[in-house]
Design a protein around this ligand. Structure first.
Ligand code: ZN
Length: 134
């Protein structure tokens, strides 16, 4: 598994875009709304991995609830896998708990699945796989 990106929960995406642009000395290469998750995201390329900023678009968003509970900060780590279905099956057989039973469409043209932090030392882990046009 390759570390694909780290997700950071932020309150104000515009302000954080500015902050991280200064930090990395580069602008986000994309901004995208993920309706199913009620979030707006922006992505920075940082070497081989990326940083994903996530802001809630709705008070019921998981990101809004996360910030309410823990404040802004690192939200998840995402690992790229070659076959997300096979990895999900393998991880369930190893005793990990999935948050979603089926992969769903995430940001940045990816199929994604989250592992419950209860089963991963309180770290929210995302598996992701590039959606290939066939
Ligand atoms: Zn992510």
């Amino acid at each position: 598994m390759k570390l694909e990106h780290i997700g950071i929960a932020v309150k104000d995406l515009a302000a954080s875009n500015e902050l991280f642009s200064k930090l990395f000395n580069s602008s986000p290469y994309k901004q995208e709304i993920v309706d199913s998750e009620h979030v707006i995201t922006s992505f920075f390329q940082t070497g081989a991995s990326k940083i994903e900023l996530l802001a809630a678009t709705d008070p019921n968003s998981a990101i809004a609830k996360f910030i309410e509970k823990k404040g802004e900060g690192i939200h998840h780590m995402a690992f790229e896998v070659a076959d997300i279905h096979a990895e999900m099956k393998r991880l369930v057989s190893e005793g990990f708990q999935l948050i979603n039973e089926n992969p769903k469409k995430g940001a940045d043209n990816k199929l994604v699945c989250f592992l419950h932090p209860k089963s991963t030392n309180s770290v929210l882990i995302e598996l992701c796989m590039e959606i290939k046009e066939s």
